[in-house]
Design a protein around this ligand. Sequence first.
Ligand code: GLN
Length: 592
Amino acid sequence: MMKYILVTGGVISGIGKGIIASSVGTILKSCGLHVTAIKIDPYINIDAGTFSPYEHGEVFVLDDGGEVDLDLGNYERFLDIRLTRDNNLTTGKIYQSVINKERRGDYLGKTVQVVPHITDAIQEWVVKQARVPVEDDDVEPQVCVIELGGTVGDIESMPFIEAFRQFQFKVKRENFCNIHVSLIPQPSATGEQKTKPTQSSVRELRGLGLSPDLIMCRCSTVLENSVKEKISMFCHVEPEQVICVHDVSSIYKVPLLLEKQGVVSYLSRRLNMPIETRPRKMLTKWKEMSDRSDRLLEQCSIALVGKYTKFSDSYASVIKALEHSALAISHKLEVKYVDSAHLEPSTLQEEPVKYHEAWQKLCSADGVLVPGGFGVRGTEGKIHAISWARNQKKPFLGVCLGMQLAVCEFARNTLGWTDANSTEFDPESKHPVVIDMPEHNPGQMGGTMRLGKRRTIFKTNNSVLRKLYGDAEYVDERHRHRFEVNPELKSHFEEKGFRFVGQDVEGERMEVIELDDHPYFVGVQYHPEFTSRPMKPSPPYLGLLLAAAGKLQSYLQKGCRLSPRDTYSDQSGSSSPDSEISELKLPSISNE
Ligand code: GLN
């Protein structure tokens, strides 16, 4: 019998509900259970495909080409699973399915209503999707973690809450439970931990017919015992059902934090799951990882030359992939955000300080990463950055747009085609080195993007990236693009040592570029960041970090193995818990 764990949020969003839900899944998986996840986004958009990264952060791409909420990335990374587009449920998708049924006449002339038709559709979706295998062994999951986006009480989430209210009786008590993630603010004026917002949100949840089995309290410091007792008393739960999730230096600590407070044994009793409660191998690895992340002595900096640099969420998976790789080689990662538009000569005139600051950041970094993107703004700046990395022999990785611009840069500055460009930015260019080569997906609305998992074949043994992939003959990675390197101009590049070492199955699409005579100059048309894992860093990113830390050559010579000295910090020196990127921290709230 499938066990469902619904994770709801109280007070405010953006306090780490996704990380907590993923961590619950992680500790259950470490007990040998098969775990899957569903993320519910109560907005009316069908999916995240049309979202602006300015507003929503990155669009996460799945194997099947699903463009989904970036939280799905948390589940894939924490649980090391592969999800499908239907694991992201939105109001839009539910209404679309109900309306399609209505048009087909499936409702036999009845009035179609939120209750019961929408709520039924939600439950059916969840039951069906929970059973879809997400691991390589193709077995049906045993536990499904369902994260409901937003906070309880939002108008948008009402049909979902109502659906689960009904659902708890349908599937029986021992198969369903609710974890409510709430906020315990600590206004600096008194320094006291305040429980009132949590009390009201639990009351609201109860009013809608769901009772929390665990209240996970997000707070900046450890929850005081008296506060725990107060929550227990006013929210009508046992003290053991109140779990403290205080700010921690690394998100890898959250599974351990939950496990220590008895979450596994509580859930195994509550959901009647016979699971082993001995120390678990997998959690040991998480412990090792989180300890290691506290003891990193050496630093490695990467300039992230992008566009939406005010919102680090726009590059969530890219940053994760960098972190995974840095951790694998025991280096503390510093990401230097560089707004590529500031690297352009026009900025020098208008805002000289910004221009010089941007170049200072770029030039002082150990490696350069130009990520994916759309739209012309800042592309010239990215080309300047690539040119600098190529000439100064700085390790460089170009992802998707980053690779396309590396092709433009080489064409302009080495082949002498000064107007070379992508037709995305200059349709009139005499040297269209990157052109529109859409993949036609008939029947799919607006389906001209090349989306999801596609195969890349390595064309030569002599490729750094191929070695980094463990000398694979081919790799399957996720794509999201419309433009491609112009295959007709290929030979001009290869004559000058700019090689297209990976291509698609038909040999028409250039997937991987490498430059001879450079410590690390790699471009990939796909997005390797989407499949990077904490314990299995993505090879193109690992290559960048290794090169930036000056370790790539020895790594390759050792047959692509990290020596224990590289992977573990052998000196138990001072801890540096200030890694600002992957920590779990509450947003600062004003105390008025
Ligand atoms: N805009 C480019 C294209 O459509 C690159 C897309 C991307 O970087 N994801 O091909």
